[in-house]
Design a binder for this molecule. Structure first.
Ligand SMILES: NC(=O)c1ccc[n+]([C@@H]2O[C@H](COP(=O)([O-])OP(=O)(O)OC[C@H]3O[C@@H](n4cnc5c(N)ncnc54)[C@H](OP(=O)(O)O)[C@@H]3O)[C@@H](O)[C@H]2O)c1
Length: 354
């Protein structure tokens, strides 16, 4: 299953709105076939694995998601596994998509041994945006990415944040962005940093992420590169209804689309209505604190640089105080290093397990 999960990840940035899926065929403990879903519209992992194997009869197929039982862009994987004579299927997590689910039952009815739940937590974490989009259709999967000093600041006392993290971490962020439908920032970050918010790493996303600026009352300036490049990259600005007229006038003739919503929850609902199923929020601290306070964050990608700043923009402003007896713990889903920096990935609770 670890091999299937690693293969699945190779589809990063290419498969959405489909899930990341890898499959391995085993005979007597040896790998005799494998594959992954490489891009939306292309064959599913199980089909690629079957095609890579000269004789898949009596093999075990290990796959990180329940094989699909419906005709989508490709035929049902369940039928292909049955026709190929596979004798056992091991999968990590059920497919919550009502159209595609039921594969496990169909395999069992065909006399195939089925084992469910191997590496379930890792499989849920890998496909959390997909799984959440199926079970919680009212808003996107919301991940926050921040880079801080060890004392939790996003900037120094002069509001400089370039660069807290090192080149490896910054390169990794480009890879990360490729897997999200949209990249969002608070209005102050848009104004102070004028970030490009594009995925400029080794992986070119199949659909480049849209860009979102979350404001409330204020406008953004016309000469920001975010605004000037909005003709090429869809860019949305969300503001309170009272601000729409003034902001529309200020940005008239630009390609930024202006949307109105009251509060962050409504802003996220609006993004989902715009077809955005996953959003990576890249700060700043006021927005991050508000999302945390309103319990709207699903995941945090936290890059910690080995330095202290003593003062600056706090990573999470205006948080409600919580006592240790009431606090809920997040789940660590990944820890690692990015050059000299540390990466910590935590999930609030996978929405599939809510
Ligand atoms: N190190 C990093 O990873 C990193 C990442 C991003 C940013 N930064 C730094 O962070 C600084 C900016 O951060 P910041 O904390 O000052 O501002 P911010 O979080 O980027 O933006 C705050 C703005 O977001 C809007 N907003 C929308 N809904 C909100 C809500 N419910 N609560 C609060 N704000 C909401 C408000 O716009 P209105 O004014 O229109 O109401 C508010 O002024 C910059 O200096 C930037 O360089 C660092």
């Amino acid at each position: 299953m670890q091999r299937a999960l690693r293969l699945a990840k190779l589809g990063w940035g290419q498969v959405a709105p489909n899930p990341l899926v890898g499959a391995v065929l085993l005979r007597g403990g040896s790998i005799v076939g494998e594959g992954y879903h490489a891009a939306f519209g292309e064959p599913h992992a199980e089909i690629v694995a079957l095609e890579s194997c000269s004789d898949p009869r009596e093999t075990t197929c290990v796959v990180n998601l329940e094989p699909c039982s419906h005709v989508g862009k490709t035929g049902p994987c369940v039928d292909a596994l049955i026709a190929a004579g596979v004798s056992r299927v091991v999968f990590a997590v059920h497919d919550p998509d009502p159209e595609a689910s039921g594969g496990g039952q169909r395999l069992r009815r065909a006399g195939i041994e089925v084992e469910i739940g191997v590496c379930r937590d890792e499989a849920v974490a890998l496909n959390a945006p997909f799984l959440c989009s199926k079970v919680r259709p009212d808003r996107p999967f919301v991940a926050l990415k921040i880079a801080t000093s060890l004392d939790g600041f996003l900037t120094d006392s002069r509001k400089q944040s370039r660069w807290i993290s090192g080149p490896e971490a910054r390169e990794w962020v480009h890879w990360l962005r490729a897997g999200f439908d949209a990249i969002a920032v608070g209005r102050r970050t848009a104004l102070l940093d004028d970030p490009q918010l594009t995925a400029r790493g080794d992986i070119e996303p199949r659909v480049p992420p849209k860009r979102v600026v979350l404001g409330r009352k204020g406008p953004i300036e016309r000469d920001l590169q975010l605004v000037r490049s909005a003709r090429d990259i869809p860019t949305l600005l969300v503001v309170d209804p009272e601000a729409v007229t003034q902001v529309s006038r200020q940005l008239e003739g630009t390609n930024v689309t202006i949307h109105e919503a009251v509060g962050l929850e409504a802003s996220l609902r609006l993004l989902r209505q715009q077809g955005i199923e996953s959003v990576l929020v890249e700060g700043g601290g006021l927005l991050a604190g508000a999302l945390l306070d309103e319990d709207l964050l699903d995941r945090v990608y936290w890059i910690q640089a080995p330095l202290w700043l003593g003062a600056g923009t706090p990573a999470f402003a205006q948080q409600k105080a919580t006592s240790l007896s009431d606090v809920s713990r997040w789940t660590v889903v990944e820890q690692g290093s990015l050059g000299g920096d540390t990466l910590l990935v935590v999930d609030r609770r996978p929405c599939l397990l809510e």
